[in-house]
Ligand binder design. Structure first.
Ligand code: PSU
Ligand code: MN
Length: 306
């Protein structure tokens, strides 16, 4: 049933039919994460990084009510330019489709689409998590819950320091989500390689990650895995430099009464302004690196399919 409700592009459909590696990509990063026209260039660069590492990219979005897995360049351009595109998570995906509207998919909604299409690996920048002050606001991203339900391995650069990282780790542990730091012991913190926290798990190669993904399925545990890939060293912004910027951005959000779905995009935009664009360049570097690692994991999954 899900096959007719999710529409792969011709390139993605061919790859899936032939058992070739595919990597899902989200579109909220295009519509809500980066300014135009840089977002278009980056969307194409991410897809190219997937191809350069041997897999087929599948950017996910809802366009006029159709859940698409794999976008044509004109569709990416339209999404990048459009104003007031909906930001879709688990709660609003079906509503957007039913109403025939257009929306960009967050990590949670992209995982749902990937699972429907039979795609096992998804690469993005950062996942949503437990926001600072969540003990008052209860703002916990649906991304965390989704990781415990949809069988997709998600490659991200950790969660960013605008979140409460220790609480995010606690919730992921409660939900039974493996958090795997790639190639180091520390949990990465998006723009910085080291969050100061030890990651619960560590793996050093894509084949190990692929094997763990398959074993989880074989033993019947639902949900996926979170792979936390540190930003390339040359692109990182050290934590000490970002701490005051984040504090300022959060104060501004609170002064302007920003909350709910708008909070993450607001903070990203504010940090972009306060770092004079440096945060964006770091963001681009880490997404490209995650796309490459995602493709390598997807390739390993097809080398030894179940
Ligand atoms: N983190 C980032 N960049 C992003 C997002 C998160 O570094 O663009 C987006 C992702 O799409 C993520 C969503 O799934 O924000 C989380 O939003 P919320 O916290 O409202 O669940
Ligand atoms: Mn939220």
């Amino acid at each position: 049933m899900s096959e007719s409700l999710v529409t792969p592009s011709p390139a993605v459909a061919d790859a899936l039919a032939e058992g070739r590696p595919v990597v899902a990509l989200e579109s909220t990063i295009i519509s809500h994460g980066m300014p135009y026209p840089r977002n278009v260039e980056v969307a194409h660069a991410i897809e190219q990084a997937v191809r350069d590492n041997g897999a087929v990219p599948a950017t996910v979005a809802v366009i006029d009510g159709i859940l698409r897995v794999g976008l044509e360049p004109a569709q990416i351009e339209a999404l990048a330019q459009a104003r007031n595109v909906a930001k879709l998570s688990r709660a609003d995906l079906a509503v957007c489709m039913a109403e025939g509207r257009t929306g960009a998919t967050t990590v949670a909604a992209t995982m749902i689409a990937a699972a429907m299409a039979g795609i096992e690996v998804f690469a993005t920048g950062g996942i949503g998590g437990v926001h600072r002050g969540a003990e008052m606001s209860f703002d916990v991203s649906a991304d965390l819950q989704e990781l415990s339900q949809s069988p997709v391995t998600v490659v991200a650069a950790g969660a960013k320091a605008i979140l409460d990282l220790p609480k995010t780790l606690e919730v992921l542990e409660t939900l039974g989500v493996p958090v795997i730091a790639f190639g180091q012991d520390a949990l990465p913190a998006f723009w910085s390689r080291n969050s100061g926290l030890r990651a619960p798990l560590r793996m050093d190669g894509p084949a190990d990650i692929a094997r763990a993904h398959q074993m989880r399925r074989r033993i019947g545990v639902p949900g996926g895995q979170l792979v936390a890939n540190p930003i390339p060293a040359e692109a990182e912004i050290p934590r000490a430099e970002l701490t005051p910027v984040i504090g300022r951005a959060m104060q501004d959000a609170s002064d302007h009464g920003i909350g709910g779905k708008d909070l993450t995009p607001y903070l990203l935009q504010r940090i972009f302004e306060l770092t004079e664009g440096r945060s964006l360049e770091a963001n681009v570097a880490l997404v490209l690196s995650n796309a490459a690692l995602g493709a390598r994991i997807a390739c390993e999954l097809t080398v030894t399919p179940e």
